[in-house]
Each structure stands twice: as structure tokens, then as C-alpha cells.
Design a binder for this molecule. Sequence first.
Ligand SMILES: [Cu+2]
Length: 221
Amino acid sequence: MGRFGASFLMYSGVLAATPPTVATWTRVYDVYLTLGVGTAVVVISALLYAVVRYRSRGQKEPVQGAKQHGWKAVLAIVLVMGVILAIAGSQTFAGFTNIEIPNSPGTVTVSVTGFRWGWNFTYPDGQYVIGDLTVPVNTIVILNITSSDVYHTFGIAMLDVKEDAIPGKVNQLWFNMTEMGNYTDAIRCYQLCGVGHAFMIANLTVVSQSQWNATFGAQKG
Ligand SMILES: [Cu+2]
């Protein structure tokens, strides 16, 4: 497949299994989607009810003596709001594990430098590769991302990860690929950075841990 040939392909569905980071984001998204739809149903229903129930019947003065609900209604609203906020808050904070960089043994770190117009990858053994990223399977991969010229944004859509590449600054992200394969054009620039922006595409290749260690690992066997 040519470098630009498959750029229109969608990546959802390419992976057989959902990577753990994607599952976490999907769960958080579903919580907000459910709460949002539920809120919309309640608010729009109440609005429509009020429009019909309190429509003008030709009287000149506002209707007096509307039913008062008092403290019970206030208490019910506070309780419902509290439950909704507790659910949204707990699920959101649980998702922060996707953002915090894991500090566990067995992770591998690759440095990424964006440039006009492409990506450089520096591996633990010092190897410097222009173009494509190769990572080991079932391993937490940490990327140290920067830029050598203008602002870029490194992103892998199928893994729901994206981080700004800013000159003079190192931003980190992590992911864990659970299946081997060659993912054509999986890496893209997500910051409009100039005339070559659309061509800042790279492949992601996921190989076995032993193969990766033999090729890019710090300790060669
Ligand atoms: Cu760019």
C-alpha cells in the first residue's frame, strides 16, 4: 500500500480486540452520552408539558396560585443531581489512568520528534528511524513527544491517543497494543502545521516482544 494510498481508510474495526485505553475512553464517553440523553429527555418533556399545560386560554392575567412543591421538590432535585454528579465524577476520574503515565517495570519508551513534514522515532538502543513507528505487543509503550520546528500533534486515532508536539517541550502519552500487525497510516498529525500537514502520516507496526527487543531494545541479547 502506498504511503498516501490508504489515507481515507477508517481504522475502527481494523483491530480484532479493543485496546484497554480505548475501552476506558469508551466507558467514560458512554456515561456522558447516557446522562446527556437522559437530561435532554427530561428537559424537553418538561418543556413540552409546560407549553401544553400552561398554554394561553384567553385569560388576560397570569394564572395565580400554581401548585407549590416546597422543600420536598428541592430535596429530590438535590439528591438526583448529587447522584448524577457522583457517577460522572467517579467515571471521569477513573479515566485519568489513561492520562497518567504508568510507572511500572517493563514499559518501553520511544522518543518522537515531529518535523515539517514527518516523524522521527528514537529507540532505547539509540536507533533513529524517520517514518514509521514499531512497538512491542502487550507492552506499555510511552512516547516522549516533541517537535523540531513548529507545533504538530501526534495522534493514533484507532488507539484514542493524541498529544501536542511542541518545540522545546516534551509531552508524553502511552498505549498498550494487544495484537500484532502492520497498521498502515495509523499515525497522523492533528495540528494544522503548514502545506505538508496532510502528508504527516506514518505506519504503526506491532511486533513480538522478543523481536522488538532484538531490534530496538536497550539490551541486546
Ligand atoms: Cu504537523
